[in-house]
Ligand binder design. Structure first.
Ligand code: IPE
Ligand code: IPE
Ligand code: MG
Length: 256
């Protein structure tokens, strides 16, 4: 199905007409472990199935013309999991980048990475750098991979950089406002997410995009990530399009 046909199909999903598509969708891919445990399988099995769901989600988002797709793949707190599981999760990201980068590049997807990178092992850092560098000229969907990412960690690093600049005399305290803070975050240049989807039924942010989520719409789905299908994706988008975003004002952006 072409992107336009898919878009038309979504537009037909019980919505009232001229609601806009989300420009930036961010997903907290949660529930791999429970998906596996419910089937008597190891958590590792769940993570492997999760990569298949990720691949499908990336393809679908690109097909329907989403500009930015951010995926939470490993949080700054996920290091507290058993070492074997951490190794597996990192191994899967490496595998994904090694296997899928050529296709992403050919599909005109631009890969961007957010999260703390300096403390990572050399090989994973090189892969992340390579994914960004070799797709930098691509003009299609931006796939933002949040790896070793935590919102508080990101804000902390931004504040430190700003403090350094002030100390060095390159900035004065009067220069510090919300717009300039945004430009010091890992997401500099990336618009705030319009829609944040979390699978697995949990209803929390878990330190994801704390600053950027100020006016995001949240959709929590009761499916485990490995089961996340394009129908679930479309459902979340349809739900988003039925929301009224007011940004603190009194009038809806549109009347219904
Ligand atoms: C999401 O699934 C994957 C990561 C957090 C990296 P989980 O591993 O959190 O699965 P549950 O939440 O334990 O079911
Ligand atoms: C959030 O899920 C992190 C990712 C999906 C990468 P977690 O499973 O780590 O979050 P908590 O522990 O349930 O809050
Ligand atoms: Mg979880």
């Amino acid at each position: 199905m072409t992107g336009n046909a898919k878009r038309a199909e979504i537009e037909a999903v019980g919505i009232t007409g001229d609601e806009v598509m989300p420009r930036h969708i961010a997903i907290i891919m949660d529930g791999n472990g429970r998906w596996a445990t419910a089937r008597g399988l190891t958590r590792t099995h769940g993570h492997r199935k999760g990569v298949d769901a990720l691949r499908k989600a990336v393809r679908h988002a690109a097909d329907i013309g989403i500009d930015y797709l951010t995926l939470f793949s490993f949080s700054s707190e996920n290091w507290t999991r058993p070492p074997d599981e951490v190794r597996e999760l990192i191994g899967l990201l490496k595998l994904f980048l090694r296997n899928d980068l050529a296709k992403l590049r050919a599909d005109n997807v631009r890969v961007m990475v957010i999260g703390e990178r300096t403390d990572l092992q050399r090989d994973i850092r090189d892969l992340l750098d390579e994914a960004e560098a070799t797709t930098i000229l691509n003009t299609g969907m931006r796939l933002v991979i949040a790896f070793n990412y935590g919102g508080r960690d990101e804000i902390g690093r931004a504040v430190r950089r700003i403090a350094d600049a002030v100390k060095a005399g390159r900035l004065s305290p009067e220069d510090v406002d919300t717009a300039m803070i945004s430009t010091h975050l890992d997401t500099a240049g990336i618009p705030d997410p319009d829609l944040i989807i979390r699978t697995s039924g949990e209803q929390r942010l878990s330190n994801f995009l704390l600053w950027q989520a100020a006016y995001a719409e949240f959709v929590f789905l009761p499916v485990y990530w490995p089961d996340f299908a394009t129908e679930d994706f479309d459902l979340a988008i349809a739900e988003f399009r039925n929301r009224d975003r007011r940004y603190g004002g009194i009038a809806a952006r549109r009347s219904r």
